[in-house]
Design a protein around this ligand. Sequence first.
Ligand code: LRH
Ligand code: MN
Length: 430
Amino acid sequence: MPLRVTTDIINEVEKEWHGRYRADFDAAAERFERWGIDVEPVVAEVQRFSVAAPSWAVGTGGTRFGRFPAGGEPRGTEEKLDDVAALNAVTGANRSVSLHVPWDDPDDPAALRRYADELGLGFDAMNSNTFQDNAATTGDGEISYKFGSLAHASPDARKRAIEHNLACIELGRTLGSTALTVWLADGTNHPGQADFRRQFERVADGLRDIHEALPEGWSMFTEHKPYEPAFYSTVNADWGTSLLLAQHAGDRAACLVDLGHHLPNTNIEQVVSRLAMVGRLGGFHFNDSKYGDDDLTVGSINPYQFFLIVVELFKHGGGRMPDVAYMIDASHNLKDPLEDMAQATDQIQHTVAQVALLDLTELAGAQDANDPAMAAEILQRAYRSDVRPIVAEARRRNGAALDPIMALRRLGYRRTMVDERGATSMATGL
Ligand code: LRH
Ligand code: MN
C-alpha cells in the first residue's frame, strides 16, 4: 500500500510549528488591517488556486549531456498519481495532473480515473506527442516524425499525427479531461529545408481537423516555442503564429503560454495581455529560465517578471486569477522532482497573494495620470509585502502543510519511495 500523506500525518510532523505560524498570521493580519487591508479575501484566493502537475516531471529530467536519476521514481502512471497526490497533500494546490501520451498510456483508463478519484485528483489538459517516433504512434517505422508531424510533406505522416491527437482526446474523455495541448517540434534545421508557408498551412489545416473532433465542452491549446529541437525555424515559433493557428482552427482553440518558450528579454507579460485581450489566452506552462527553455523552478530566476505576468492575469480575471489552464512544465535535473514542484507551487501561491494585495484601480489611476513613479510604488508595495503567513494559513485551511518542503523531508517521502520502488526505477517523460 503506497504511503498516503494525510492532513493528520502532516499536522503530526508540523505540530511544533503550529503556534508560531498562528502568531505570525495573526500579526500579519493585524499589520495589514492597520493599512486598511483585509487579508481574508487574499487567503481565500490562494486557497482557491490550483496548478496542475505534469506527469512527465515527477521523475528526474535530464539533458543530452546526462541524466542523474533520484531513485524511487514512479514506475507507471498510477505511481505518478501517488506522487502528485503526495505533492497536493503538502501544497493543497496541485489538485489535477496533466498526462502526456504515450509516456502515459494506461491499459484501463476507467480504472485509472477511479484511482485518481480516490486520491482526490482530476485530469487536466492532455498532451499529445508527435515529436518522437514510438511504437504507439509511428508503428514499426512505416512513417516517422523526423521531418515533422502536422507539417510533414507526407499526407500519411500528417494523417497519423491527427489520429494520435484524436486518440489523446478519446483517452482524455474517459479520464474526465476537457482539453488537449498540442505542442509541435515541427520546423527545420537548415535554410531552404522546407517552405515556411506550406508548413504553416499544413499545420493550420491539421489543427482545424483536430478542433473539429473536439467533444462538447472541450478546448484545445496551441503551444508556441521559438526553437529546440528545431534550430533554424519552428512552425509555431511565437505568440503571433500561435494566435493565427488558434484562430484558423476554431473558436474553441486558444494559446498556451509556456514561460520558457520566449527569446531572451521578450516582454511575456505583454504577450499575456495581448492574448487575453483577444480572448485567446488558453493557459500556461509555468517555469523559469535564464537562457533558453531551461524548465527551471517557477520564479527562481526572474520572480518580478512572474509577478508582472500574474498582474496581467488579475486584470484579465477582474481582480482574481482567471479560469484558464494552469500547469507546471519543468524538468528536474538536480532537485528532487517533488520538492522542486512544491517550491514552484509555493512560489505561485506567494505571487497570487502579493497580486491579490495590489490595488488595480489605484494602479490604473497612476497610469492614466502618466505617473510612472507612483505606478512603480503601487506595484512594489504589493511585491515587497511579506505574504508568507497568509500563504501558510491558506495551505493550513486546505488541510495542507505550513512548510511543504520540510513536511516532505520529515515524512521521508523519497526514502520510502526508494525502499518501495528501488534506487534505479525510472519514470517515463523528458
Ligand atoms: C516543449 C514542452 C511541451 C511538452 C514538453 C514536455 O518544450 O514545453 O509543453 O510537450 O515540453
Ligand atoms: Mn510546455
